[in-house]
Design a protein around this ligand. Structure first.
Ligand code: NAD
Length: 279
């Protein structure tokens, strides 16, 4: 069976580059769709406390028949649980929900600049990694400035930053900064949430040339530029299609055309992490 490529973190651990995201998947649906994702070949699942489906993901892991070492699980500390002590206790809650003893990757979900607790929260993640409860630690929705701040406060560089990234909002500047610091870039809403992006004529043309779907071409672009990518679908045929994107090859010209679709800040779909605080 085809496997996802693996990328290596700055802490020496590895992550399957293509994963499966479960935002907006109801808990009672999560077991079924994560099971389908495993069947399609996905071994990396991206959940979060805020998605309220950690128990369903946990049930899918338990019933998968896969070895614990063969699956890579990410969860995230929700905004209302930021702060040193709250992070430590909410992490234990997540682990109970997931039915796991150790986690592969723990992220701070949002920066929450006005709340201003991200440095304390990062210190709790550093402690959990030291204790061996979490293999790798990272951030999500962090700016260059906030990344610099947590590194300066702890001496520990995040393994990864998960942020909105797709061809209309390709984050070239942030990606260059992360590369300089040995931080992997992870793309959320990698398909632009399945909206306008998937009807783009330039992408349709490349898809036709490559005998692939537009979603596959977008996923193949993420893989080609070095992003860790976590497309979501609850439809089995699309789950299979999205995983099969690992077999789609793009040449340098295709990659350049897709990278050229960037619309800068206008291409953003979700909240701007630098200014958004919400619970
Ligand atoms: P996405 O870009 O993955 O788009 C998902 C939508 O695209 C689906 O609901 C479906 O409508 C469509 N789609 C999927 N596969 C398709 C296919 N093969 N053909 C046609 N349409 C298809 O959007 P997303 O769910 O926002 O992002 C993916 C994952 O990223 C989430 O599930 C979650 O794990 C993560 N995420 C993280 C954050 C964060 O703040 N860290 C925010 C948003 C999402």
């Amino acid at each position: 069976m085809t496997e996802s490529p693996e990328l290596t973190f700055n802490d020496g651990n590895t992550i399957p580059q293509l994963g499966y995201g479960v935002w907006q998947v109801e808990d009672n649906v999560a077991e079924d769709v994560v099971g389908k994702a495993f069947k399609a070949g996905f071994r990396h699942i991206d959940t979060a406390q805020g998605y309220k489906n950690e128990p369903g993901v946990g049930r899918a892991i338990a019933s998968s028949g896969l070895n614990r070492d063969d699956v890579f699980i990410t969860t995230k500390i929700w905004n209302s649980n930021q702060g040193y002590e709250a992070t430590l206790s909410s992490f234990e809650e997540s682990m109970q929900n997931l039915g796991l003893d150790t986690l592969d990757l723990l992220l701070i979900h949002w920066l929450q600049p006005k709340q201003g607790k991200y440095v304390e929260t990062w210190k709790a993640l550093v402690e959990l990694q030291k204790q061996g409860r979490v293999k790798s630690i990272g951030v999500s929705n962090f700016t260059k400035e906030a990344i610099t701040e947590v590194i300066e406060a702890t001496g520990v560089t995040p393994a990864i930053n998960q942020v909105e990234t797709h061809p209309y909002f390709n984050q070239a500047d942030l990606r260059a900064f992360e590369k300089e610091h040995g931080i992997l870039h992870q793309a959320w809403s990698p398909l632009g949430q399945g909206k306008e992006l998937l009807e783009d004529p330039a992408l349709q043309q490349i898809a036709e040339k490559r005998g692939a779907t537009v979603a596959q071409v977008v996923i193949a672009w993420h893989l080609a530029v070095g992003n860790v990518v976590i497309p979501k679908s609850v439809t089995e045929s699309r789950i299979v299609e999205n995983f099969a994107a690992v077999d789609v090859t793009l040449d340098d010209d295709d990659v350049a055309v897709i990278s050229g679709l960037d619309r800068g800040a206008e291409g953003r779909i979700g909240p701007d992490p630098a200014v958004s605080d919400f619970q």
